[in-house]
Structures are given as structure tokens and as C-alpha cells.
Ligand binder design. Structure first.
Ligand code: ZN
Length: 158
């Protein structure tokens, strides 16, 4: 049963309210996460609590339960001089920056002369999320995973 400190492997399909597919993870490349550590969006984590291997769930989340509401203050225009020396901001480029103690990923939307418009909202912020989820496999987390606060399945260690 999924509870805090369970490592769960799930397959899912994510659609917006218009029925457009936004993301999916198939059984041969599932999403593995450490439950109870904020590795997945809060509403989905809450909905998966208590599920068992083989369980399926349809989970509809408001933007607030998903990637958050769009924050207009995270869309801003800054001068090229505010980028590190040698950085050459171009449309589509992403970079991390600290906002109020939280690391956020900003995407460059436009470059006009010396002015660079960036957006620190998650690409799925402001969207309702509709997940179809199936729980594939559950196991207890290793001590190392608990220490790091994430699953070590499916990706190389940092
Ligand atoms: Zn780790």
C-alpha cells in the first residue's frame, strides 16, 4: 500500500481539460517516486495514498493542486547584463534561479536587443490536470533514498 516512504512505480497519462495529452509514462519506462516527499505534484500524491499494486485511479486536479496558478510576477524582462558573463540568452533556453529561497526554472521567451523576457512559471502552471494512473510496483525506500528524499530508480545518481 502506498504510504510515506514507499517507492512507487506508476504508469500514467496526463491530459488537460481539452483532452490534449500533456505527458505520459508507459509501463516499460514508469515514473518511480518516493511517496510523501513532494517528488510529484501535491494533489496526485494525495490521491495515490493508500493504493495497492495493480490499482488504477482517475485523478482530476485544479491548477493549485497541480503545478500552481500562473504567477504573473515570474514573467519579467531583465537586462542581458544580469546574466552571467559569457551566457548568451536565446529563445527557449532554460536556467535555474533562486526566487524567495526556491529554485525555479526560467525559460527565455524573447530576446530584443539588450532586453530578455523570461518566465519562471512551470509550463503546466495554471492548467487543470487529469491523470489516468496505474500502480505497477511498490517497495520500501532504501536508507539512501530516504536521506536524499527521492527515488533512485530509472535515473543516474547526481
Ligand atoms: Zn539521490
Amino acid at each position: 500500500m502506498i504510504a510515506k516512504n514507499t517507492v512507487a512505480a506508476i504508469k500514467y497519462c496526463l491530459k488537460n481539460d481539452a483532452g490534449e495529452e500533456l505527458d505520459r509514462a508507459e509501463a516499460n519506462k514508469p515514473l518511480s517516486y518516493l511517496h510523501g516527499h513532494g517528488q510529484i505534484v501535491p494533489g496526485l500524491e494525495k490521491a495515490l495514498e493508500g493504493l495497492k499494486e495493480g490499482d488504477k485511479a482517475e485523478v482530476a486536479l485544479s491548477p493549485a493542486e497541480g503545478y500552481g496558478e500562473l504567477n504573473p510576477e515570474l514573467k519579467m524582462t531583465i537586462g542581458k547584463s544580469q546574466f552571467p558573463e559569457g551566457a548568451n540568452p536565446a529563445v527557449g533556453m532554460q536556467f535555474g534561479a533562486d526566487v524567495d529561497g526556491h529554485e525555479r526554472v526560467f525559460t527565455v521567451l524573447a530576446v530584443e536587443g539588450d532586453q530578455v523576457t523570461v518566465d519562471g512559471n512551470h509550463p503546466l502552471a495554471g492548467q487543470s490536470l487529469n491523470f489516468s494512473v496505474e500502480v505497477l510496483e511498490l517497495r520500501e525506500a532504501t536508507p539512501e533514498e530516504l536521506e536524499h528524499g527521492h527515488s533512485h530508480d530509472g535515473h543516474h545518481h547526481h
